[in-house]
Design a protein around this ligand. Structure first.
Ligand SMILES: Cc1cc2nc3c(=O)[nH]c(=O)nc-3n(C[C@H](O)[C@H](O)[C@H](O)COP(=O)(O)O)c2cc1C
Ligand code: SF4
Length: 651
């Protein structure tokens, strides 16, 4: 089967009003935090251009604010300020070089914001505080509604002048329009409150005003939430009715979809790997049956096969692939060329995309060192191809190997274990985390494709490395478990998470898991042991167990599973020592000592770098030696990948 017949549906053009898209793969809206002082930047242009070059059928930019009262996060594009137009042109010209249409998403976040940046009251349908921002908004009156409508029209006109091919109104998960549509937060008794036709009035007014501003040459789309997943919120029944009203108005060219609310149910909008792929496709499926407008389906379509299947099965007319194209800008081009196996699959880990948004940092990707750096030139082919030995087949070593090989070096990768992957492979063995293993699959594939010679089961000491007669060595030997002072190595029944996951220890009975890392290590092993019948309690010095699961949107899943599996969680406790069948803990806010009974203790504590080989090679002298990843300082996978890549760019 050829590529074109394999993904026939994915690569069929489609008309969206005045715009024809050459394939059905949409890079749907997502904030990037690339804006500076409210303006689009060169990084925006380079970022979107990379996805256009990579074959996306349609690009929809992140939201552009339509009014000064809307400034929920620092790096938002202020679409209402005419000075944005030159930046818009830079983006649209870059994308158009690849014959790809680009739409601008425009929005007012309504009550889902705060006055922190704007120093203005937040505007919303009703004076109902958002649970995340906790700020009571001003209920907009008719004059203010008219100002909002005028603001949308102004921004749409700016976008038109800036060269965009279409406008999308974000009415879905974080928007003043969503607030009007939602019975959970619209408490109005005027013509904008009550029944759905009234609640949809603002949306229809905006569609009319924006259409008037852009005329017939640009496409106009509306993004709707199919289910807010909150008590008393919008459901698919409401969404169908709204879609019918929009279609009946006759001014809109397509409908995009979404699920959840950006505050209470954010974890379902950008669902992590804990949620099955294609989880939200019931929404476009239902809308498509109700209206004739083309409908975009979005939500964890991570490979071209899944995306094509969503079209074949009739769930949607176009497929939003957001994180899939953050991870691999060439997603569409690879699918089209019949090279779907070469796609660097998104892990839905949320660590460097969604996670960095929550920290007010620019958007990146755990496994794509280029994401967020598209405006910088990558290192070209090596001036002088050399022989490079990489020691260690974890993420840092594999990334260093593939980047070096791509630059023309002859690369040999030595791995001690029988398989490559290092800690990433181990991390993927626990409940609901299997997709993390795609990082190993992706890197291994890239190593093989770039011609890296991989040798497993090789213990590389100084002599073995020198025997390779390499011009340069990259040491990426990782880290090993370390014992904290309060739990000496001699103490029995005290083991590291890795001992459990790598089957060197099998705790039973009452298990205390000590979480000093605040990520998946403790929660994953707790789940695993609970599944095996252990009575598990996780203790942490932090305010919550698995503190950083909040930013990757895994916290809700953990809480649900911990409750279902009977896992106890105790916070603010610093481990101080071991008693007879207990762990001694200091409750640090009060200074009170407590004891937690246990048969086993499992440690999720800071590991120690495995740096001896690096130090020995440096001491030996006479050879160029670098190191990358955990063997410098143990951190998370993104650091390993970035450093592996960076080191190899220097070779
Ligand atoms: C970092 C990030 C930021 C997002 N910001 C927006 C946004 O500003 N507007 C919007 O409509 N959707 C936003 N989304 C939601 C995406 O459009 C999409 O619905 C979601 O990522 C699920 O698609 P995926 O599984 O293909 O990533 C964002 C998604 C991500 C990953
Ligand atoms: S950081 Fe993780 S979830 Fe985000 S795009 Fe990269 S692989 Fe996907």
């Amino acid at each position: 089967m050829t590529a074109s017949t394999r993904y026939r549906h994915l690569f069929t053009p489609l008309r969206l009003g005045p715009v024809v898209v050459r394939n059905r793969i949409v890079f749907s809206a997502h904030l990037t935090n690339y804006a500076e002082d409210g303006l689009p930047t060169g990084q925006h242009a380079a970022y979107y251009e990379a996805r256009a070059r990579g074959g996306a059928g349609l690009i929809i930019t992140e939201e552009h604010s339509t009014h000064p009262t809307d400034w929920p996060y620092e790096k938002l594009i202020h679409g209402f300020a005419p000075v944005v137009i030159p930046g818009y042109r830079r983006i649209t010209e870059a994308v158009h070089r690849h014959r790809t249409p680009i739409f601008a998403q425009i929005n007012h976040n309504g009550g889902q914001g705060s006055s922190m940046y704007s120093r203005l009251p937040v505007w919303a349908a009703s004076a109902v505080a958002d649970p995340l921002f906790r700020e009571v908004p001003k209920e907009v009156d008719r004059r203010e509604i008219a100002e909002i409508v005028a603001g949308y029209a102004t921004v749409a006109a700016h976008c038109k002048e800036g060269g965009f091919d279409g406008i999308e109104l974000q009415c879905s998960h974080s928007s003043i329009v969503r607030g009007f549509l939602s019975p959970a937060v619209n408490m109005r008794s005027d013509e904008y409150g009550g029944g759905l036709p009234n609640r949809a009035r603002l949306l229809l007014d905006l569609v009319a005003a924006v259409r008037e501003a852009i005329g017939g040459d640009l496409a106009l789309g509306v993004r709707l939430c199919g289910d807010e997943l909150i008590e008393g919120g919008t459901t698919i029944v409401d969404a169908i009715e709204v879609a019918r009203l929009v279609e009946a108005q006759g001014l809109t060219d397509y409908i995009n979809t979404s699920i959840g609310v950006a505050t209470q149910s954010l974890f379902m909008i950008e669902a992590s790997m804990a949620v099955p792929p294609g989880y939200a496709r019931f929404i476009p499926s239902a809308l498509r049956k109700a209206v004739d407008l083309p409908v975009i389906g979005v939500g964890r379509f991570k490979d071209p096969r899944q995306a094509d299947r969503a079209l074949v099965e009739g769930h949607c007319d176009l497929v939003g692939v957001v994180r899939g194209q953050i991870a691999d800008a060439d997603f569409a081009a690879k699918a089209r060329a019949g090279m779907a196996d070469d796609v660097r699959l998104c892990l839905s880990c949320n660590q460097e995309c969604v996670g960095r948004m929550g920290l007010n940092r620019w958007l990146g990707c755990i496994e794509n060192p280029r994401t967020g750096h598209e405006a910088l030139l990558p290192a070209g082919p090596a001036m002088r191809p050399r022989k490079v030995v990489v020691v260690g087949g974890g993420p840092a070593g594999m990334q260093a190997a593939t980047t070096a090989a791509r630059r023309g070096h002859q690369v040999v990768l030595l791995e001690r274990e029988a398989q490559t992957g290092g800690q990433a492979r181990v991390a993927a063995t626990v409940p609901s985390r299997a997709e993390f293993g795609d990082i190993v699959r992706n890197l291994l594939h890239e190593c093989r494709r770039s011609g890296v010679e991989i040798r497993t089961g090789v213990t590389a000491d100084v002599d073995a490395v020198l025997a390779e007669r390499a011009d340069a060595v990259v040491v990426a030997t990782g880290a090993e478990p370390a014992r904290p002072a309060w739990a000496p190595a001699a103490a029995g029944h005290v083991v590291d998470v890795r001992d459990v996951l790598e089957t060197r220890a099998a705790p039973s009975g009452r298990v205390v898991v000590v979480d000093e890392l605040g990520f998946h290590q403790a929660t994953s092993v707790a789940e695993l042991l609970a599944d095996r019948g252990c009575r598990v309690t996780v203790v942490t010095p932090g305010m919550v167990v698995g503190q950083d699961l909040g930013i990757t949107l895994d916290m809700e899943h953990w809480e649900v599973k911990a409750a279902a599996k009977g896992i106890g969680q105790k916070t603010d406790l610093v481990p101080m020592g071991l008693g007879h069948g207990t762990v001694q803990l200091l409750h640090h806010p009060t200074g009170v000592m407590v004891e937690e009974p246990c048969d086993w203790v499992v440690l999720a504590v800071p590991p120690r770098p495995l740096e001896q080989l690096y130090l020995d090679l440096v001491a030996q002298g006479g050879i160029e030696v670098h190191r990358a990843g955990d063997c410098i300082a143990p951190r998370r996978a993104h650091a390993a990948i970035i450093e592996g890549h960076r080191v190899a760019e220097l070779l």
